[in-house]
Design a protein around this ligand. Structure first.
Ligand code: F6P
Length: 554
C-alpha cells in the first residue's frame, strides 16, 4: 500500500502528545538565557550543506525539542514518504500522479520510472532541445521576420510558469549572457501589456507561451494580444514561428494557437507548475544565463536532493526547517511565516515561496479526504531587507502575533558600493538579534533614565519601549548568490514544504481551491459583457457587476 493511502491523524501519534507536553514545559523558555547557559548553542543548532549555512539557534528550542520533532517525523513515516516522492509513486493522490521535479535535476544515467517507463532519457532530450535553441538565439542564428537577431524574450505565463523563472533569472542577473533581455508578462491587465510592449520591437522579440495546461485564461489572452501586436507591426503569419514558441504538456492546444510542433517544448503531468522551473519552463532562465549556468542550477538542486534523501533528520536542513514550522504553527499558534531576503537579486524569492508553500500546503483535508485536525500551511509573506525594517518589522518586534522569520543573506555582494554590504549584512543580523533579545522593562526604564527624563515620564514611556523578544528566526547564509547555491536554496524550500505536507497528511501537489474562482469568473464575465443574463446569485456581486455595466454603457 502506498504511504499516502494510510489515513493518519498526526495528533494521535505518541510524538505529538509528547510535543504537547513539552510545549507546556517550554512556556518559560528564554532564548537569551539559553545562549547564556550554553556556549555551544550556535554550533549545536547550525549546519551547512550545498553551499548554504543555516543558523537555527535563535529558535524556541532545546535539544529535547529537536529530538521530539525528529521523532514526530519518524512516526509520521517521513522516510518512506521521501522514498515515495523520489521513486515516482503517486504522491499526488487526488490527481493520481507522481511529483517528480527531482527527476529534472538527476544525472542522465539514473533511472526513474513512471508507469514502467524510465523518464530520464526524455528529461535529457528536452535539456538538449533547450541547449539547441539557446545556442541558436545566443549566436544570432535564430532571427526574427526581418532577419534581425533576437534581443528580447517575453515569457508569457502565470503562477508556476512565471514566478520561479522570474525569481531565478533576476537573481542571477550577474550571470547574464549574450545580452538577451528577459521580460515577464503574467497578468490579464492591459496596463501590464501596454507598459511592456512599449519597450519592445516586434522584429527582435521572441515570445515564449509558457503554460503547462495551455488553458490558463491570463496566458492565452496575453498570447493572443502579443500575436495581434506582432502582426500589427509588420510580422507575418508565415514567419510567426520565429517569434512564438511554447512550453506545454498540451501540444494540441499550442499547435491550434499556431505554434510549430518543433517549437513546442514538452512538460510532463508529473511536474507541478510551482515545481517546474527546472524543466523547459526554465527556458527564459537558460536564455538569460546560458545553458551551462542552467545546468549548474540543476546540479545545486540535485545536491540538496541528495542531502534531503540521505541525511539523518536531525542534520537534514529541509527537514529541520519544516519541523520548526510545524512546531510554531501547531504548538505556538503561529499563523504566518516571514521570508526576508537581504539581497536585491533575491527580492522575488518571497513571491515564489508564497506560491510554492501556500498553493501546496493550503489544504484542509488529508490525502484520503478526511478533515485535518490541526492547522496546516501558514501565510507566507515578507520582502526585501532593509526596506521591511522601515515598514512591517514593527509588527514582528512588538505586534501580538508570533511570526517566525527566515533571513536570507549572502556574505559577498556582486556590487560593492562603499560599505553598503557591511551595513546590509549588519542590519540582517541585528534584526534577528533584536527579535531574539528584545528589550525588557528594566532595560527600557534604564535607557529613559539615562536620557535624564523625570520618573513620571520614564513610567509613561517605558511600556511603549518594551520589546518582548524571544521571537524565533532562522538565518540562511550563502557565500554568494550563484546558480548552484540558488538551485540548492529553492530545492531546499520545496522539500521543506513536502515534509510539512507529510506531517499533516495532506497532498502538496494539487490545487483544487483555485478552480472555483476560475469557474465563477466565466459567469461574471458573461454578465459584465452580455445584456440578457439572469442576475447572479448574490446581491453583492450583482451590484458590483451593475456598477461596471453602468460605467461602460454606451
Ligand atoms: O491556477 C493555478 C495554476 O494552475 C498554478 O498551479 C499554475 O502554476 C498556474 O495556474 C499556471 O498554470 P499553467 O502553467 O497551466 O498555465
Amino acid at each position: 500500500m502506498a504511504y499516502y493511502q494510510q489515513p493518519l491523524d498526526v495528533t494521535t501519534l505518541p510524538a505529538w502528545q509528547a510535543l504537547l507536553k513539552h510545549r507546556q514545559d517550554m512556556q518559560g523558555f528564554s532564548m537569551r538565557e539559553a545562549f547564556a547557559d550554553d556556549a555551544k548553542r550556535f554550533e549545536r543548532f547550525s549546519m551547512s550543506t550545498s553551499g548554504i549555512f543555516l543558523d537555527y539557534s535563535k529558535n524556541l528550542l532545546s535539544t529535547q525539542t529537536r529530538d521530539l520533532l525528529v521523532g514526530l517525523a519518524r512516526e509520521a513515516g517521513l522516510q518512506d514518504a521521501i522514498e515515495a516522492l523520489f521513486n515516482g509513486e503517486r504522491v499526488n493522490a487526488s490527481e493520481g500522479r507522481p511529483a517528480l521535479h527531482t527527476a529534472l535535476r538527476r544525472p542522465i544515467g539514473d533511472c526513474v520510472r513512471v508507469d514502467g517507463v524510465n523518464v530520464m532519457p526524455d528529461v535529457h532530450r528536452v535539456l538538449n532541445q533547450m541547449t539547441d535553441i539557446v545556442g541558436r538565439i545566443h549566436s544570432n542564428l535564430w532571427r526574427g521576420y526581418s532577419e534581425k537577431a533576437i534581443t528580447d524574450v517575453v515569457n508569457i505565463g502565470i503562477g508556476g510558469s512565471f514566478l520561479g523563472p522570474q525569481l531565478v533569472s533576476e537573481a542571477l542577473l550577474p550571470f547574464t549572457q549574450h545580452g538577451v533581455r528577459c521580460h515577464y508578462l503574467a497578468n490579464i491587465d492591459g496596463s501590464e501589456f501596454h507598459e511592456l510592449a512599449a519597450k519592445l520591437n516586434a522584429e527582435t522579440t521572441l515570445f515564449i507561451v509558457s503554460s503547462k495546461s495551455f488553458g490558463t485564461l491570463e496566458t492565452l489572452k496575453n498570447a493572443q494580444a502579443a500575436r495581434t501586436w506582432y502582426l500589427a507591426r509588420g510580422g507575418t503569419e508565415e514567419k510567426l514561428y520565429r517569434h512564438f514558441i511554447a512550453v506545454t504538456s498540451n501540444n494540441q492546444a499550442a499547435i491550434e494557437f499556431g505554434i510549430r510542433e518543433k517549437n513546442i517544448f514538452p512538460m510532463w503531468d508529473w511536474v507541478g507548475g510551482r515545481y517546474s522551473l527546472w524543466s523547459a519552463i526554465g527556458l527564459p532562465i537558460a536564455l538569460a544565463i546560458g545553458m551551462s549556468n542552467f545546468k549548474e542550477l540543476l546540479s545545486g538542486a540535485y545536491s540538496m536532493d541528495t542531502h534531503f534523501r540521505s541525511t539523518p533528520f536531525e542534520k537534514n536542513m529541509p527537514v529541520l526547517l519544516a519541523l520548526l514550522g510545524v512546531w510554531y504553527g501547531n504548538f505556538w499558534g503561529a499563523q504566518s511565516h516571514a521570508i526576508l531576503p537581504y539581497d536585491h537579486y533575491l527580492r522575488n524569492i518571497t513571491k515564489h515561496l508564497q506560491q510554492l508553500d501556500m498553493e501546496s500546503n493550503g489544504k484542509r483535508v488529508r490525502q484520503d479526504g478526511s478533515p485535518v485536525s490541526t492547522d496546516t500551511g501558514p501565510v507566507i509573506w515578507g520582502g526585501v531587507g532593509c526596506n521591511g525594517q522601515h515598514a512591517y518589522h514593527q509588527l514582528l518586534h512588538q505586534g501580538t502575533q508570533l511570526i517566525p522569520a527566515d533571513f536570507i543573506v549572502p556574505v559577498v555582494s556582486y556590487n560593492p558600493v562603499a560599505d553598503h554590504h557591511q551595513w546590509l549584512y549588519a542590519n540582517c543580523l541585528s534584526q534577528s538579534q533584536a527579535l531574539m533579545l528584545g528589550k525588557c522593562r528594566n532595560e527600557a526604564e534604564a535607557e529613559l533614565r539615562a536620557k535624564g527624563l523625570p520618573e513620571d515620564e520614564v513610567q509613561r514611556l517605558a511600556p511603549h519601549k518594551v520589546i518582548p523578544g524571544n521571537r524565533p528566526s532562522n538565518t540562511l547564509v550563502l557565500e554568494r548568490i550563484s546558480p548552484r547555491r540558488l538551485g540548492a536554496l529553492v530545492a531546499m524550500y520545496e522539500h521543506k514544504v513536502f515534509v510539512q505536507s507529510v506531517i499533516w497528511g495532506i497532498n502538496a501537489f494539487d490545487q483544487w481551491g483555485v478552480e472555483l474562482g476560475k469557474e465563477l469568473g466565466k459567469g461574471v464575465y458573461q454578465r459584465l459583457t452580455g445584456w440578457d443574463q439572469p442576475p447572479t446569485e448574490d446581491a453583492s456581486t450583482q451590484g458590483l457587476i451593475d456598477f461596471f455595466r453602468g460605467r461602460h454603457r454606451g
